[in-house]
Design a protein around this ligand. Structure first.
Ligand SMILES: [Zn+2]
Length: 412
């Protein structure tokens, strides 16, 4: 790595450490929406931007912005960024790395010939949804999707989002001022850690994201008949848990057999009455199904529902699906994907394409702008955990690829 890139990587890593200090927890990282820690992180990022001679401002929902202005005034903006909030006991890089890398890119281009577009960085205020239970608040506000009923959502201490905005120095009736006009946005590019094991398994530092999987979530209720574990003969049972086990097995097998990288997960089982000497009378399972294509996801859902009804009929159980969450898949822009691949080749790399199973701000921004994402490998596939790591050399490579991609964009 050239000395200049080494300096950039060292600065990004040191700043990730520094932002991790703005935490609500003594023994881990937690930075939630509209907290003093959120404010401190925004102010710190603004300071770094200003130190580099760049503009900075905070918008009406608390997203932190910076800009390297174009030579001309009336040109669209290309937005680089990610989020600055975290889950409880988070790592230091999820979201944050993408923002700090963007700050470096603005800083780098401020020493070059002016770009034909404004180069913006955004640090979204809330992606994880940790405080108010609704995700992507910052990026949805940008996309004009801030729902007014969110203002009445409360955090664990009973504070409404409206009051929290007020305390933060913002106003509940100004949230729409954060919305950008689609005409003014050239594109949104996000660099993020993969949060999964795929790139590491491929021994690749980076990957171009093809899209963000759509998800559907359900509670599955299986009703049987509780009974004495000693006196009820096996052929006379309506065992809800045995039925659930069969269904879970089918869910895993059918997702594994899918041709489109579908994933399906039962993450929780609740059994009633839940005693060693009682046959399970009822079971509630959670189900999470994701795929890069909504039709593939829905086809898998149909297979699971059909099997569940067949299993229930055979075992004389009742089985109901309660679908409570649905997010459509979002594809990354094809031209941007090709541009990132070309940029990687210009930087001397051949990198793979992979889908994202996790949600990202780019999902919300995609409704108003073409989006592109670049993943960095996650050692051990670990994220949302203090052990989350990045490899220093990978940060240098990501910087080079994004720099090349911006140079390609400037030539368009
Ligand atoms: Zn993230």
């Amino acid at each position: 790595m050239p000395a200049k890139t080494q300096d950039i990587v060292a600065r990004v890593l040191a700043r990730c450490d520094q932002l991790a200090q703005f935490s609500e927890l003594e023994d881990g990282v937690l930075r939630q929406y509209l907290t003093p820690e959120h404010r401190a992180a925004n102010q710190q990022v603004a300071q770094w931007l200003n130190d580099a001679g760049l503009m900075s401002w905070q918008d009406s929902v608390g997203n932190q912005w910076g800009r390297l202005p174009a030579a001309k005034e009336n040109v669209p903006r290309l937005i680089l960024g990610s989020h600055l909030d975290t889950v409880p006991f988070a790592g230091k890089y999820d979201g944050i790395l993408g923002v700090l890398l963007a700050v470096e890119l603005l800083s780098y281009f401020s020493d070059q010939a002016p770009l034909p577009f404004h180069l913006d960085v955004v640090g979204f205020a809330d992606e994880e949804g940790t405080r108010f239970g609704t995700t992507l608040i910052g990026s949805k506000a940008l996309a004009g999707q801030f729902a007014s009923h969110w203002l009445q959502l409360t955090d664990r201490s009973g504070t409404t989002m409206a009051d929290a905005l007020q305390e933060f120095g913002l106003s509940a009736d100004q949230t729409s001022a954060a919305t950008l006009n689609a005409r003014d946005i050239l594109a949104y590019w996000e660099v993020h850690i993969e949060q999964g094991p795929v790139l590491e398994a491929l021994q690749q530092p980076l990957g171009v994201v093809s899209g963000i999987a759509g998800a559907k979530r359900a509670h599955i209720r299986i009703q049987g008949q509780a009974g004495h574990a000693g006196t009820t003969p096996m052929h006379m049972r309506q065992d809800a848990l045995a039925g659930a086990a069969e269904l879970i097995q089918f869910i895993e097998t059918s997702a594994r057999g899918g041709q489109h990288q579908e994933v399906a997960t039962v993450g929780n089982v609740n059994v009633k009455p839940g005693a060693a000497n009682v046959i399970a009378g009822a079971c509630t399972l959670t189900l999470d199904v994701r795929a890069l294509n909504d039709a593939d996801r829905d086809a898998l859902v149909l297979r699971i529902e059909a099997f569940a009804q067949q299993m229930a009929a055979q075992r004389q159980l009742n089985c109901e699906f309660d679908w409570y969450h649905e997010a459509p898949a979002v594809l990354c822009n094809n031209h941007i994907q090709q541009q990132f691949h070309q940029a990687a080749r210009n930087a001397g790399l051949q990198i793979p394409t992979l889908p994202s199973g996790a949600g990202h701000d780019a999902m919300a921004v995609a409704s108003v702008a073409p989006v592109g994402m670049l993943f960095l490998r996650s050692p051990g596939g670990i994220s949302h955990h203090p052990d989350e790591r990045v490899i220093a050399d990978d940060i240098g490579l990501a910087f080079n690829v994004m720099k090349e991609a911006l140079m390609l964009q400037a030539l368009k």
